[in-house]
Design a protein around this ligand. Structure first.
Ligand code: ZN
Length: 504
C-alpha cells in the first residue's frame, strides 16, 4: 500500500465515501422526483438509462474492495470511533456482509424477477386476474424464504424480513400487538356500525386546486416546516423525498377539486415525514445516518401530525376560520365540530390507502396474517384470494367483489416487500405512546388550539428527530419512553376519539 492508512485518514475517507454516495443518491432521487411530478409522460425510458447507470455506480462504490477494506479497518478500531462513526460503519458493513451471503447470480435473478413481477402485477390488477400474477408471487415468496436462510439461518424466515424493515421486530411482538387490536377494534367497529352515520358532506363541493394549494402552503408553515428548505408539488400518489440531504426536502400532494380533505391531510402526513427528516442534526447530512431510522418510526411521525394532531378537535377548531376565509361559500353555515366529525368518520372499506384511522390497522393485520402464513408454508399462494376475502368479511364486514379490490390492490408483494406492511400499523401505535409521554410536559391541546406547533416540534426534535438513524427503533423507543413498545395507549386513544365522534 502506497499510503499507510491511519485512523484519522480512515475517518476522513469514511465521510468522503458517504458524501459521494449521497451525491449519486441525490441525482437518482431528483430523477425519481421529476418522474413522479413534472416530467412528460413518455420520458421514463430516457430516465431509466441514467438511473440504471447511477444505481450500478452506487452499488459498486458501496461494495468495492477499497470500501470493504476501509470499513473493516475502522471496525477493527471501533473503540477509537465516536458513537456516530461506529453506527455508520456498522450500517455500511451490515449491508455488505449480508449481500455476500447471497449467491450473486441468485441476487441478479431476483432483481430481474421483481422487475417482471411488477409489470405483471400491473396487468393482473387491471384485469383482476390473480392467476396471471400467481406464479411470480410464488417465486417471490420462495426466493425470500431462501434468502432469509442464507443470511440468517438461525432465524425464522419471516422474522428475518420483519427485522429488515423494522429492526428487532418479530412475529411474537406482532402477534401480541395485532391480537390486542383485533380484540379491541373489531368490537368497536361493530358498535360504531350500530350508531347513526356521521354527516361528512362538509368535505365535498367545489374546491378549486389553486385555493387548496394556498391551504397546503399555509398548513406547511403552520406545522413548522421551513419553506426555504421544503418544497411542495403535485403527483398521483403523494410521497416525500430528501434530495442529497435533509437540507432539501420535497413533499407532494394530489388535489381533488370536489373534496378538499384528501389533500389537506395528505399534506400534513407528508409534512410529518418532512419534519422528521429535516430535524436531523446538521452533522448527519451526507451520511447514512441522515433522515429517519425506520419506516415504523417514520410513519409514527407522519401519522402523529396527520391523525393525532391534525384530526384533533383542537386543531380542527384552529383550522376552521382559515377554511372559511379560503372557501367562504362552501363553509357557510358549517361548524368546526362538523369538520372534526367528518374527518374522523370510521367506515369499513375495501381499499387500504383510503381507510380511516380505526380501520387502517385492520387492513394491515389482514396482510400480516396472510404473509406470515405463506412464509411459514401454512397457506399456499394459490389460496391467498380466498383467505383474503374471508378475513375482510370477518374483520371489516365487507364483501370483496374481485381481486383488483382485494388481494391485488397493493404493489408491495410484487416489489419483494414481504414484511413491510406491519410498520404502517406500528407507526400508529408508536405515535400514541409518544403522545402520552409528550403530554407529561407539553399542553398539546392548548398548543393546537392556537396553532402553535413550537413546543410540540421542540419535543420531537429533542427526543426523536435529531438522532436520524443513530439508534435502532427499539433503542429510540426505550430512550423516549423509558420502556418497550406497548399497543394499549393506541387503543385507548382510538376509543376516546370514537367516543367523541360517535358517542360509543
Ligand atoms: Zn407515510
Amino acid at each position: 500500500m502506497a499510503n499507510e492508512r491511519t485512523l484519522d485518514s480512515a475517518k476522513k475517507e469514511l465521510m468522503e465515501t458517504q458524501r459521494k454516495m449521497a451525491a449519486y443518491e441525490h441525482a437518482l432521487a431528483l430523477m425519481q422526483y421529476d418522474g413522479a411530478t413534472t416530467a412528460p409522460k413518455e420520458t421514463a425510458d430516457n430516465r431509466a438509462v441514467s438511473m440504471s447507470i447511477l444505481s450500478e455506480e452506487i452499488y459498486r462504490l458501496g461494495t468495492a474492495q477499497e470500501t470493504v477494506e476501509l470499513l473493516e479497518f475502522l471496525d477493527a478500531h471501533k473503540d477509537a470511533l465516536d458513537e456516530k462513526q461506529r453506527r455508520m460503519v456498522h450500517l455500511l458493513l451490515k449491508d455488505i456482509r449480508e449481500m455476500k451471503k447471497i449467491p450473486m447470480e441468485e441476487y441478479v435473478a431476483f432483481q430481474a424477477l421483481l422487475v417482471k413481477a411488477d409489470d405483471v402485477w400491473h396487468r393482473a390488477k387491471e384485469t383482476s386476474d390473480f392467476e396471471l400474477f400467481r406464479p411470480y408471487l410464488e417465486q417471490i415468496f420462495d426466493t425470500m424464504r431462501r434468502f432469509a436462510g442464507y443470511v440468517a439461518p438461525e432465524k425464522d424466515p419471516y422474522d428475518h424480513w420483519l427485522s429488515q424493515f423494522e429492526k428487532g421486530m418479530t412475529k411474537e411482538t406482532l402477534d401480541a400487538f395485532f391480537g390486542t387490536l383485533r380484540s379491541e377494534l373489531v368490537p368497536l367497529l361493530q358498535e360504531i356500525a350500530k350508531t347513526a352515520q356521521v354527516d361528512d358532506s362538509i368535505r365535498f363541493g367545489d374546491f378549486p386546486p389553486e385555493k387548496q394549494e394556498q391551504l397546503a402552503l399555509w398548513l406547511m408553515e403552520t406545522i413548522g416546516l421551513d419553506l426555504g428548505h421544503v418544497g411542495l408539488s403535485t403527483t398521483e400518489h403523494p410521497f416525500t423525498t430528501s434530495l442529497g440531504s435533509h437540507f432539501d426536502e420535497r413533499i407532494t400532494t394530489h388535489y381533488y377539486p370536489d373534496d378538499f380533505v384528501c389533500s389537506m391531510f395528505s399534506v400534513i402526513h407528508e409534512g410529518g415525514h418532512a419534519l422528521y427528516d429535516t430535524g436531523s442534526a446538521p452533522d448527519l447530512a451526507y451520511t447514512v445516518l441522515d433522515g429517519g431510522t425506520s419506516m415504523g418510526i417514520h410513519e409514527s411521525q407522519s401519522r402523529f401530525y396527520e391523525n393525532i394532531l391534525g384530526r384533533s378537535k383542537a386543531f380542527c377548531r384552529y383550522v376552521f376560520p382559515k377554511l372559511c376565509e379560503l372557501f367562504p361559500d362552501q363553509m357557510k353555515g358549517r361548524t368546526a365540530d362538523e369538520l372534526f366529525c367528518a374527518v374522523n368518520k370510521a367506515q369499513p372499506s375495501l381499499i387500504r390507502t383510503e381507510a380511516d384511522e380505526v380501520t387502517y390497522s385492520l387492513h394491515i393485520m389482514i396482510r400480516y396474517e396472510l404473509e406470515k402464513k405463506v412464509m411459514a408454508g401454512d397457506l399456499a399462494v394459490k389460496d391467498l384470494p380466498e383467505a383474503w376475502n374471508r378475513l375482510y368479511k370477518e374483520y371489516l364486514g365487507v364483501d370483496v367483489p374481485d381481486d383488483k379490490h382485494g388481494v391485488l390492490q397493493d404493489s408491495h408483494w410484487a416489489g419483494g416487500m414481504i414484511g413491510y406492511f406491519p410498520s404502517y400499523a406500528l407507526g400508529n401505535a408508536y405515535g400514541a405512546q409518544f403522545l402520552q409521554r409528550m403530554k407529561e410536559t407539553v399542553d398539546v391541546d392548548a398548543c393546537l388550539e392556537k396553532g402553535d406547533f413550537g413546543p410540540i416540534n421542540q419535543w420531537n426534535r429533542e427526543k426523536i428527530w435529531q438522532f436520524g438513524s443513530l439508534y435502532t427503533p427499539g433503542q429510540l423507543l426505550e430512550r423516549v419512553l423509558g420502556g418497550p413498545f406497548d399497543p394499549l395507549p393506541y387503543v385507548t386513544y382510538l376509543k376516546a376519539k370514537m367516543h367523541d365522534v360517535y358517542g360509543v
